[in-house]
Design a protein around this ligand. Structure first.
Ligand code: ADP
Length: 358
C-alpha cells in the first residue's frame, strides 16, 4: 500500500485522558510552586516550569500554551515575592534565567507546532491527491473517447452540406452522411454511460492481503487529521478474519476517501464531540468495512446523488471521490453503500471478497 510516507503521529487522546493530563500538570505546577516558594532564592526550582510547558504541548496548542507559559512566569514571580530566605541577588538572577527559559521553550514548542501543522496539511493533500490522480485518468478517458465520434460528426456534417449544396443536391449521399452523424452521436452518448467503467484505468491487481492491516495503514495516514479536529477514533475490527482478495492499493484509496469524507463531515460541525467508528466484520464470503461518523448525516435528497460523478455539496469539492470509489470497489468484486446512522451521522460500508479457498 502507498502509505509508507505517513508522518508518524501519536494517537489522539480521549477526553478523559486529556482531563487527567491537565489535572496532572496542575499538580506538578503546584509542587514546583511550593518547592520554589519554600526553598532559598538560590534554588532555581522555577526552571522546572519549562518541563510543564513541554509536557503540556501534548494536550494544549497555540494560544492555550502561551497562556500556560504566562501562568508559569506569573507563578515564578509570585514565588519569588513570597520566598522569605536566601540571597536576593542570586534569586533575581535565577528568576531571570527561569523566565527566559520558559519563554524560549514556549516559543520553540509553538514553532514546532507550526511545523507539524504544515506536515498535517501536506499529509491531507496527499490523501486528496489519491482522488485527483483518479480524476486525471477519468477526464483523459472521457476526452479521448468522446473526441473521436465528435470529430467524425463534424466531417460527416461538412460532407452532408456539400452533397446538399450541389445542383441538383445529391440526396442519397447526403442521407448516408446524415446516418453516419446519427450513428456517431449515439456512440458519443454510449461513451458517456461507459465512462464509469473506463475510469477503472489501471487493471485490478488482485492479491491476498490482511484486510485489518490495510485498514490500519490507511488510518495511520489520517491520525493527524483526526487529532487536529479533536475526533475520537473507535476501532471495532473483527479478529481472525480470512485474507481479503482484491487490489490493496485501490481498496486503500477507497478507504482513504471514506475517512477523508467522514473527517470533513465532522469538521463541518466543530462545536460537537465527534467519534469516528471504523469496524470490520466477515459476512459469508465478503469482508465488510464500515466507516461511521457523527457529522450531518445523509438527507434523503442527497442520498440519491452520493455516487454521481461531479456531484458535490462542498464549496471546494470535486464530487468524484465516491463515484470513483464505487467504480474501483465494483472492479474488485465488492460493493459500496451509504446509510444514515440513527445518531444522525453517516455510515459508509464497503464489501471486499475474501481469498478463495484452494
Ligand atoms: P466531494 O468530497 O469532493 O464532494 P465525494 O464524491 O467524495 O466528493 O462526495 C460527494 C458528496 O457526498 C459530498 O459532497 C457530500 O455531500 C456527500 N458525502 C460524502 N461523504 C459524506 C459523509 N461522510 N457525510 C455526509 N455527506 C457525505
Amino acid at each position: 500500500m502507498q502509505t509508507h510516507a505517513s508522518i508518524q503521529a501519536r494517537p489522539p487522546l480521549s477526553r478523559r485522558a486529556r482531563t487527567l493530563w491537565l489535572a496532572g500538570l496542575a499538580l506538578v505546577m503546584a509542587a514546583i510552586f511550593s518547592v520554589d516558594t519554600t526553598t532559598h532564592y538560590e534554588v532555581a526550582a522555577a526552571v522546572f516550569y519549562t518541563l510543564v510547558v513541554l509536557i503540556a504541548a501534548r494536550v494544549l496548542r497555540g494560544r492555550a500554551l502561551l497562556w500556560l507559559a504566562v501562568w508559569c512566569i506569573g507563578l515564578s514571580v509570585f514565588s519569588f515575592a513570597l520566598t522569605p530566605h536566601g540571597d536576593l541577588h542570586a534569586g533575581l538572577i535565577n528568576l531571570a534565567i527561569s523566565i527566559t527559559a520558559i519563554i524560549m521553550v514556549a516559543w520553540l514548542v509553538i514553532k514546532m507546532e507550526a511545523a507539524r501543522d504544515a506536515a498535517h496539511a501536506a499529509q491531507a493533500q496527499l490523501l486528496r491527491l489519491a482522488r485527483v490522480k483518479r480524476l486525471d485518468g477519468l477526464t483523459t478517458a472521457i476526452a479521448h473517447e468522446v473526441n473521436q465520434p465528435l470529430a467524425a460528426i463534424v466531417t460527416s456534417g461538412h460532407a452532408c452540406q456539400r452533397w446538399l449544396g450541389q445542383d441538383p443536391p445529391k440526396l442519397a449521399k447526403a442521407e448516408l452522411a446524415l446516418n453516419r452523424i446519427l450513428a456517431d452521436a449515439a456512440r458519443a452518448s454510449q461513451i458517456v454511460t461507459r465512462v464509469r467503467s473506463l475510469s477503472r484505468g489501471e487493471p485490478v491487481q488482485a492479491v491476498a492481503f490482511d484486510f485489518n492491516a490495510a485498514v490500519m495503514e490507511v488510518l495511520a495516514l489520517s491520525t493527524d487529521e483526526l487529532e487536529r479536529h479533536g475526533i475520537e477514533l473507535a476501532l471495532e475490527l473483527a479478529g481472525n478474519l480470512p485474507r481479503a482478495f482484491a487490489d490493496p492499493v485501490q481498496i486503500g484509496q477507497v478507504i482513504g476517501n471514506l475517512l477523508l469524507n467522514a473527517i470533513e463531515a465532522m469538521a463541518d460541525k466543530p462545536d460537537k464531540a465527534h467519534v469516528l467508528r471504523v469496524g470490520s466484520i466477515l459476512k459469508e464470503d465478503t469482508m465488510i468495512l464500515t466507516v461511521a461518523d457523527s457529522g450531518a448525516g445523509i438527507p434523503a435528497e442527497i442520498q440519491a446523488h452520493l455516487f454521481d460523478a461531479f456531484w458535490t455539496t462542498k464549496a471546494d469539492g470535486i464530487g468524484v471521490g465516491l463515484s470513483i470509489s464505487r467504480t474501483m470497489i465494483e472492479a474488485n468484486g465488492g460493493q459500496i453503500w451509504a446509510e444514515s446512522a440513527p445518531n444522525g451521522g453517516a455510515v459508509f460500508s464497503i464489501s471486499v471478497p475474501v481469498e478463495p479457498r484452494p
